[in-house]
Design a protein. Structure first.
Length: 293
């Protein structure tokens, strides 16, 4: 029973990683950029909910909506200001810019909210589930994380494959120049991608802080990196791959923490990334792309 409960907790954490990883996989799949500031957008979403609920006494639903709007606008702003001028630049330039944006967001949060950790009030109002005469207890936050991730993956897959904007994203991901010749607005498509990814980061921030209710300016840093590992593990650019990779990374981390060593749990996660890159660099569901010269 203890193993089952640990496994469920791993799936819950992995579901949160999956939602974060979707932001990475969308931006990379469409714009071919790795937005390493994505984890800090999660932190901004957490502070937005905290401010709305604690300072302004808003209801959880209004606070969640506010956080999604704030992070969506933040994502669009980051893309316009930091990444749009670098579309033709080298990958190293984009990486350095992303690190700069990440530190900027962390230090702005530190200036505004100070260094003292905030106690986050859960936005989840789902009763816990008890199984096997109370031997297994599933918290409402766990249920919410799993259900939310599944709904988001299904909705995002339907949006990408069955809407005009989604097909425009696919076209831009294949060839920006050809898509532009076909009348697709590449700039607005990439902005929409950042908007969706950042909105998902807000949802992930709410789920993460509800499950682990301590909020600081570095709250999103490590989950963001682990979600990137999940995106690579599942096959970056693949929506189902992000879901699979996130759940696997979450399960590996929780099982490693419970049965091997809490101190080595993070090392085990990154060791998985190294093994994946050595054995199958494209990830579980990633596809090898042959470039024509």
């Amino acid at each position: 029973m203890a193993f089952l409960e640990t496994l469920i907790n791993g799936i819950s954490l992995g579901s949160i990683y999956a939602v974060i990883a979707l932001g990475y996989t969308l931006v990379y799949g469409i714009a071919k950029m790795l937005n390493f500031a994505h984890g800090d957008v999660i932190m901004v979403g957490g502070y937005a909910v905290f401010t709305a609920m604690v300072t302004w006494n808003w209801s959880p639903w209004l606070a969640m909506l506010f956080a999604v709007v704030v992070c969506t606008l933040l994502g669009i702003t980051i893309e316009k200001v930091a990444y749009k001028p670098l579309r033709k630049a080298s990958s190293l330039s984009v990486l350095i810019t992303a690190i700069g944006v990440s530190y900027f967001l962390q230090n702005m949060a530190l200036l505004i909210f100070k260094e003292k950790p905030k106690v986050f009030t859960s936005v989840v109002n789902i009763p816990k589930i008890t199984l096997f005469d109370g031997k297994v207890v599933i918290k409402g936050e766990t249920t919410a994380a799993i259900i939310t991730s599944v709904v988001i993956v299904v909705a995002l897959s339907l949006f990408i494959n069955h809407t005009q904007k989604g097909r425009a994203m696919l076209a831009v991901s294949e060839d920006k120049d050809a898509a532009q010749l076909m009348g697709i607005n590449v700039n607005s498509t990439i902005s929409l991608t950042f908007a969706i990814g950042s909105g998902l980061a807000a949802v992930a921030g709410m789920l993460l802080c509800s499950s682990y209710p301590t909020l600081t300016n570095t709250t999103g840093a490590m989950p963001g990196i682990k979600a990137f590992v999940a995106a690579v593990f599942g096959g970056i650019g693949s929506i189902p791959g992000a879901m699979i990779g996130g759940i696997l990374i979450g399960v590996i981390e929780i099982l490693g923490r419970a049965y091997i060593s809490p101190q080595l749990a993070d090392a085990i996660v990154f060791a998985v990334l190294i093994l994946v890159l050595m054995v199958k660099p494209t990830g579980i569901m990633g596809k090898k792309i042959n470039e024509k010269v």
